[in-house]
Design a protein around this ligand. Structure first.
Ligand SMILES: C[S@@+](CC[C@H](N)C(=O)[O-])C[C@H]1O[C@@H](n2cnc3c(N)ncnc32)[C@H](O)[C@@H]1O
Length: 443
């Protein structure tokens, strides 16, 4: 296994992107690299392995936990093993009991204790409110509730973070009935009881093995890890947040400046990150109700119709339609709305997603410009989009124009990274590009 595989989501990119760009840009161990849309933490883990200091930010508590747990290698493994064996010995009989419920006549007495005297009455087995319908079968749900109950009794430290990460990593596909393709959907074929005990135990063994080998590599001097910091932040307020909260940025070594940025930001394509990570967020108690979810969504770059709000006005603030390409796309969409008489459904929000998306990214670029050292480079892996009535959105081209004309980056370069399979049949060959921005030497 590799630490990257402890927890991944469908939008994660490959660490080969990072190693390739690190070579090309000649990033050294003196530099500071950031990923403002760090997701499950690919960039920050790759940087750490290469001995490069890095900061990752994201708005999702599940991603922040993932970024942290994967880069915190100084975990006391003896403590980890001791806590694990205690935890496993507590949950094993309870899980057995849950699995056997309904299989014996004892159950028909409706008693909360069974023949072995296991009392389940202290657990609240109700389904969390924001669970999408059918994503969790009854017995796996009960087991996850028990698991979380006992994890929450542990000290709140970096050892327990590994248990929490294992808990969320197994929750959608191994324990839940969720399939990604790439959007998360219910998979009825997976319904029924699951061996959550073995799934969880196996995940913990994998984590243990990887930590053993990375700690040995550090000890022997084979790996000289970079420093890492993971912070929950909105990339549109990146400079402000990092100047206030980041020790690494403000350290003597880095002197308040970032040298490189490598990231894959959202793009307008209807990916709802709070839905795709819903079970993870639920188990971390970060999605108990609509208010929790809104808090995350409102901090996110507007990139889909379910995170557009009445009060959103970034597009207007920066007069985003004065950019001809943005204006052409928005006008084409508005025309479709008139021609097709679209008055309900999500279609009527498509033009607003485009405006708010590009305006939000402009704000983000302003913050990056502020943080980057002169001559610093920023690489964005970003897809084109045809998700909205197949209106073509050349995301990298437009972002490059905004970064150059409105923010001050010089000569944006766009490189084809790969062609993706499109989600709609009529619009194939959607490009994924790497946009490279450079802050002028003279700035
Ligand atoms: C394409 S994913 C990044 C995946 C990452 N490269 C990886 O390998 O896991 C985009 C990420 O941006 C985050 N995000 C969206 N809006 C954000 C914002 N305004 N600030 C910070 N992160 C944001 C989402 O939560 C999501 O994790």
């Amino acid at each position: 296994m590799d630490i990257h595989d402890w927890y991944r989501f469908v939008y994660a990119y490959s660490d080969r992107i990072i190693t390739g760009l690190v070579d090309e840009f000649e990033i050294t161990q003196d530099d500071l690299l950031i990923d403002p849309f760090n997701g499950t933490g690919t960039t920050t883990l790759s940087a750490k392995k290469l001995g490069i200091d890095s900061i990752g930010t994201d708005t999702s508590p599940a991603s922040v936990l993932s970024g942290r747990a994967k880069t915190n290698w100084e975990v006391d493994l003896d403590e980890f093993r001791q806590r694990r064996s205690e935890l496993l010995s507590i949950i094993q009989p309870i899980f057995k009991e849950i699995s056997s419920q309904g299989n014996t006549t004892l159950d028909s007495f409706g008693d909360s204790t069974n023949g072995q005297g296991i009392d389940l009455s202290k657990y609240d087995f109700s389904e969390p409110k924001k669970t999408p319908k059918g994503w969790l079968s009854e017995k796996p749900l009960k087991k996850m509730k028990v698991l979380r109950y006992h994890i929450e009794e542990l000290p709140n430290d970096n050892v327990t973070d590994l248990f929490k990460l294992a808990m969320i990593a197994i929750s959608p596909e191994d324990v839940g009935n969720v399939r990604f393709g790439p959007e998360a959907t219910r998979d009825p074929k997976q319904e029924g009881d699951k061996d959550v005990f073995t799934i969880f135990k196996t995940k913990l063994s994998e984590i243990e093995e990887d930590l053993e080998s990375v700690q040995a590599a550090v000890e022997s001097g084979e790996v000289e890890p970079g420093e890492t910091e993971i912070i929950r932040a909105d990339a549109r307020q990146l400079a402000d947040t990092l100047r206030e909260e980041s020790e690494l940025l403000n350290s003597d070594k880095h002197g308040g400046e970032v040298d490189y940025l490598i990231t894959s930001p959202p793009y307008p394509a209807e990916h709802d990150y709070t839905r795709n990570q819903r079970l993870e967020l639920i188990w971390l108690r970060a999605a108990d109700d609509n208010k929790d979810l809104q808090k995350i969504k409102k901090a996110n770059i507007r990139s889909h119709t379910k995170n557009i709000y009445v009060a959103d006005d970034e597009g207007e603030q920066v007069n985003i339609r004065e950019n001809d390409r943005v204006d052409a796309i928005v006008s084409e969409m508005e025309q479709i709305i008139v021609d097709e008489d679209i008055s309900h459904g999500f279609g009527k929000y498509y033009p607003r997603v485009i405006e708010e998306y590009f305006a939000g990214m402009q704000h983000h670029f302003e913050q990056v410009y502020d943080l980057l050292a002169s001559g610093g480079k920023a690489a964005y892996v970003v897809g084109d989009s045809g998700s909205y009535w197949q209106v073509e959105v050349e995301t990298a081209e437009i972002l490059g124009e905004l970064a150059e004309e409105r923010v001050g980056f010089e000569e944006p370069e766009i490189r084809l990274w790969r062609n993706m399979a499109a989600t709609t049949a009529d619009y194939d060959d959607v490009e994924e590009n790497i946009l490279i921005l450079t802050k002028p030497e003279s700035a």
